[in-house]
Each structure stands twice: as structure tokens, then as C-alpha cells.
Write a protein that binds this ligand. Structure first.
Ligand code: PMP
Ligand code: GLN
Length: 375
């Protein structure tokens, strides 16, 4: 009997595979297609010949852990204790899975805000706990009233994703105020804050869970170097949690992964001395603006995008088909791959919305837009 009977191949895999099969321009799965910073590839090339190929300590290569601590301090003015509160993970996916496995027990409830990224529900189910999927408002802001109504003594965790995949929405000070009020009413609830796009925000600044004192003792924060350094295939990220939670997270980590691949830890540790993460927002804002301009005369209606490298678009003016069918035809008939938004909802509600990834070189964006404008 399957432990995850309703889980099928992820939509990102399905769409990317189809894009390859039909030789379509792949704006579906979120990954950049431009070259990685040469300073980083040069570091890796040099390191490959050095003594960097054996296990690092379980929680991470200590110089990298110090570098991450410095990054947190410079980004958010928060001082963490790397040896107690930090774990280097094989991507944010592993950080999320390990955190849920370590902290959620049978019959606990975990609040997941829909539309939601696909990594949250399965680990909850594997813990024999209950995912409680709560819809965001129509403008993708959290509905704190509904969230509160969904909380009970059984609620163990609320998962927030900020900036938000797929909608590009970011949380505001008011949201954190509401979250604080809620957490005061439910002292046993902890927060899992997925901030993999923390450095990719545009007009408004990202507000990290790191900056909220009420969250320091009860929040696990996950991030990904894959997103920040355009290296999604390296699968490396980090998780930060208060010591009492991190102790439990490390217990699972040491049997799930033990330690993350060494050379990428050495390389990123050096790279953090030269890279400026604060340039990322501007870089992707230019991509977003360019992509939006290219699609200006198309029949797609573009939704607001405050962060991440995803653009949600409505095709209601083009077709009445459901979004999965529409995305498949977009590949087969028009040569562009996108992600149907219904797959981010537990009830797969079709709203005629699709997600494009604009983390692509300008030629790719131009070629895709040309095709999209012809529809
Ligand atoms: N969370 C969100 C919201 C994501 O979009 C992704 C996709 N990369 C992840 C987590 C997983 O990150 P990683 O590739 O580092 O595992
Ligand atoms: N985070 C990526 C996205 O949203 C997908 C990563 C994956 O395929 N697991 O497109």
C-alpha cells in the first residue's frame, strides 16, 4: 500500500519533460538558463584539485556556517549562533522535509496556504499528521480570519512562503502583526518560513522572519543558494532554527543526509566573500519588466509580481480550456511551456491562470514572447 497514494510526478517534472520532447521554450520549471557567475565557476575549478572531497562536519563546513551567519547579520541585523542554530541542507527541499519530519507528530495539524508549493504536504502526510489547506485571498494576501478559524489545539505549524511561489506576493508589516496576534493566542504553534526567494523582491522590500523578534524563538527559516546564486542543480541551502528545535532537526538530518556535498560548501563559502546578494532584486526586476513589456500586446493578462522570478498570467481572453489542458497545448501547438496554477491548490481549482518563469536570458524571453503574442 502506498504511503502517498495521491502523489504523482511533480508538475515541474511533467512540464519540463514535455518541453524537451516538443522542443518548446521552457518557462515552466523555475531555473535560470543564463551562465553562472564566472567568479563562482573559477572557484569550483580551482577547488576541484584541492583537498575538499571528504565529509564535512554533519551540520556544515564551519567556514561556510560563519559566512552564512555574517550574511544573516548583514541582511537582517540578526546575530545567530552557527553551531547551535544553523544547518546546511541539500537544498531548501531537504530543509523543509527534515524540519517537518523532526517537529510534526502523528495527528498534529499543519496549516498550508493555497496556492502552495508542492514540497509542504507530503512530509506532513508521512508524519501521519493532517495538512490543513487554507486559501489565500483573491489578491493572494493571507486571510488571517480564515487562518485563525483553521487553528486549534492540534495545530503544530503554519507554513509561510515569502516571497511567494507561484504568485510573487510578499508579506507586509500588517501580515506580521496579524501573525503575531495569532501566535500569542496559540503558544504551541511554530512557523516554517520558506524564504528561498528572499533576495528577489522588487518595489517593496522583503520582510524576513529573521527581523521579527516574536518569531526568533518559534520559527524555522529555510533558504536556498540555488535561487540566490542561479545554481538550482547544486541543491544546497540552509535552515535556521532556535537551538531547541534545531537539536531535533539535526537528529533527522544526520540520518537523512549526514552532510551536504563538500565541494559546493567550500565554493560557496569563498564566493560569499565576493558576491553581493543585494544586486539580485534589481537584476530580476529588469527581467520582470522586460518580460512584461514583451507581453504588453499579447492577449495574456499579467498579474502583479512583487518578488520571485515567476509571472502569473490569465489566459481567460484566449481560451476556455482548463489550465492543465491549456498548458499542454501551449507546448504542443505554440512551443512554450508554463505551469498551470491549479496544481498549487488542494482542490485543483481552475482559474485560467498559468505561471511563467522569467529567469531566462533575453533571447529566450524574446523568443517566447514572440510566440505568446501570436496566440
Ligand atoms: N521552496 C520554494 C517556494 C521553491 O520555489 C523551491 C524551488 N526551488 C524550493 C523551496 C526548493 O528549493 P531547493 O531547490 O533549494 O530545494
Ligand atoms: N521550485 C521550482 C519551481 O517552482 C521547482 C523545483 C522542482 O522541480 N522541484 O518551478
Amino acid at each position: 500500500m502506498s504511503k502517498l497514494p495521491n502523489v504523482t510526478t511533480s508538475i515541474f517534472t511533467v512540464m519540463s519533460k514535455m518541453a524537451t520532447e516538443y522542443n518548446a521554450i521552457n518557462l515552466s520549471q523555475g531555473f535560470p538558463n543564463f551562465p553562472v557567475d564566472e567568479r563562482l565557476t573559477d572557484i569550483v575549478a580551482r577547488l576541484a584539485k584541492e583537498n575538499v572531497h571528504q565529509y564535512t562536519p554533519m551540520a556544515g563546513y564551519p567556514p561556510l556556517m560563519n559566512q552564512i551567519s555574517k550574511l544573516i547579520q548583514s541582511s537582517y541585523n540578526r546575530i545567530i549562533h552557527p553551531e547551535l542554530e544553523l544547518l546546511v541542507t541539500a537544498g531548501a527541499t531537504q530543509g523543509i522535509f527534515t524540519t517537518i519530519l523532526a517537529l510534526v507528530k502523528e495527528n498534529d495539524e499543519v496549516i498550508i496556504l493555497d496556492p502552495s508549493y508542492d514540497s509542504y504536504e507530503s512530509p506532513v502526510l508521512l508524519c501521519k499528521a493532517k495538512p490543513v489547506r487554507v486559501p489565500l485571498n483573491n489578491d493572494y494576501t493571507p486571510n488571517w480570519e480564515t487562518i485563525e478559524k483553521s487553528c486549534s489545539d492540534k495545530t503544530r505549524m503554519i507554513i509561510i512562503n515569502n516571497p511567494h511561489n507561484p504568485t510573487g506576493k510578499i508579506l507586509t508589516e500588517t501580515d506580521f502583526l496579524q501573525l503575531n496576534i495569532l501566535l500569542e493566542k496559540y503558544p504551541d504553534i511554530i512557523v516554517l518560513s520558506d524564504e528561498v526567494y528572499e533576495y528577489i523582491t522588487f518595489e517593496e522590500k522583503h520582510i524576513s522572519a529573521h527581523t521579527k523578534s516574536f518569531l526568533i524563538d518559534r520559527c524555522v527559516m529555510v533558504s536556498s543558494f540555488g535561487k540566490s546564486f542561479h545554481i538550482t542543480g547544486w541543491k544546497i541551502g540552509y535552515t535556521i532554527a532556535p537551538e531547541y528545535l534545531m537539536k531535533e532537526i539535526k537528529k533527522v538530518h544526520q540520518f537523512l543526509v549526514f552532510s551536504v556535498n563538500s565541494i559546493s560548501q567550500f565554493a560557496i563559502s569563498e564566493y560569499l566573500d565576493v558576491v553581493d546578494v543585494n544586486l539580485l532584486g534589481k537584476f530580476y526586476q529588469e527581467k520582470r519588466d522586460y518580460f512584461q513589456k514583451l507581453l504588453q500586446n499579447s492577449r495574456f493578462e499579467l498579474k502583479p509580481c512583487e518578488g520571485t522570478y515567476f509571472q502569473v498570467a490569465s489566459y481567460a481572453n484566449i481560451s476556455n480550456e482548463d489550465d492543465v489542458t491549456f498548458c499542454k497545448k501551449l507546448i504542443t501547438d505554440h512551443g512554450v511551456a508554463a505551469i498551470p496554477i491549479s496544481t498549487f491548490y488542494s482542490d485543483h481549482k481552475d482559474q485560467k491562470l498559468i505561471r511563467f518563469c522569467f529567469a531566462k536570458d533575453n533571447f529566450t524571453l524574446e523568443s517566447a514572447a514572440k510566440k505568446l503574442c501570436e496566440i
